[in-house]
Design a protein around this ligand. Structure first.
Ligand SMILES: [Ca+2]
Length: 79
């Protein structure tokens, strides 16, 4: 997640699973502008689970054609 380079609002992005928040990353601009944040989880998934990144209400992130905001998922193993 790339912070919006503006004092207000800050950037808050959460990783969600079936509507439940698993982890979040947060930043606000200041004298240390151009900040980036990341987070990671390892979770079991069942067929039909819905995993997504959610931008919290009244928050923004910055992006342009450099694609700073990304999401990646990796299958570690199957049971
Ligand atoms: Ca910052």
């Amino acid at each position: 997640m790339f912070n919006n380079l503006s004092p207000v609002p800050s950037s808050v992005v959460s990783l969600m699973k079936n509507g439940v928040r698993l982890a979040s990353v947060w930043d606000t601009a200041g004298s240390d502008a151009n900040d980036m944040g990341s987070n990671a989880v390892v979770i079991p998934l069942e067929v039909g689970d819905n995993v997504y990144v959610q931008l919290q209400a009244n928050r923004i992130v910055y992006d342009d054609n450099m694609n700073y905001n990304t999401f990646s998922g990796f299958l570690l193993f199957t049971t």
